[in-house]
Design a protein around this ligand. Structure first.
Ligand code: F6R
Length: 234
């Protein structure tokens, strides 16, 4: 596992956007695994800006998102909308090439990813409790795409995106840990003090179901990007 320490989230965004762009310059039909949440937003903004500047096209790119809520009240609460708003509407990607897990697909999502050629670069955030995608503590390491009930902590953490905590869906569908581990390369971004404990466990403790992200120690090509705050316990 490579660890890159940056001073600020902006610095991380620049590095990660450039990493994605470099991949697309070498492989214009690359397959990207994408995350939602607040962490990758700065990276997506930088990616939009730099791809315009360098004339990099997303026409042949395919994307597979990590997760999606089940039974969201309004379309704009969905991760599909989040991706549209924060990335897809700003670039020339064909929306038919963007994929999200859903209940009908379930672990056919894994087959879909495999048939497309596998994820070249997976972008991850991390939950304060060490979750990646919606794989909460105690998710089996061999899990494929599956339905999950969200922990109270995750519901509380995600309430900031909704009008009230009662509107946060209580279940979601997520790539499993084994699905994520099949990616050829993974970058995990962590910013802010509330991620410091999870980052410390991910980097310094033995892989354990209690910290789902710790499975990444077993992957051959992972880079963890941390800022001063998330690295404060290292
Ligand atoms: C979202 C996802 C989640 C988030 C995590 C951190 O697609 O996979 O695991 O990465 O909950 O969320 P933020 O970035 O909002 O702190």
């Amino acid at each position: 596992m490579k660890i890159i320490k940056c001073k600020t989230p902006d610095e991380i965004a620049l590095l990660c956007a450039n990493k994605i762009l470099n991949l697309l310059k070498n492989k214009n039909d690359a397959i990207l695994g994408l995350a939602t949440g607040s962490t990758p937003v700065k990276t997506y903004r930088k990616l939009i800006e730099l791809s315009k500047q360098d004339n990099v096209s997303f026409k042949n790119v395919k994307t597979f998102n990590l997760d999606e809520y089940i039974n969201y009240k309004n379309e704009i609460d969905s991760y599909k909308y989040f991706m549209y708003d924060n990335l897809f509407k700003h670039i020339d990607i064909d929306l038919n090439n963007t994929h999200f897990p859903n209940e009908m697909l379930l672990d056919k999502y894994d087959d879909q990813i495999e048939k497309a050629g596998g994820v070249d670069l997976q972008i991850l955030g991390i939950g304060a409790n060490g979750h990646i995608a919606f794989n909460e503590p105690n998710t089996p390491f061999d899990s494929k795409t599956h339905v999950v009930g969200l922990s109270q902590k995750t519901i509380e953490d995600n309430a900031r995106f909704f009008n009230s905590i009662d509107e946060v869906p209580t279940s979601a569908i997520t790539m499993g840990l084994a699905t994520i581990m099949k990616s050829k390369e993974i970058i995990l971004i962590a910013t802010g003090k509330n991620k410091a404990d999870a980052i410390n466990k991910l980097i310094n403790e033995k892989p354990s179901l209690l910290c789902p992200a710790s499975i990444l120690q077993n992957h051959p090509n992972v880079t963890i990007y941390v800022d001063d705050d998330s690295a404060s316990l290292l």
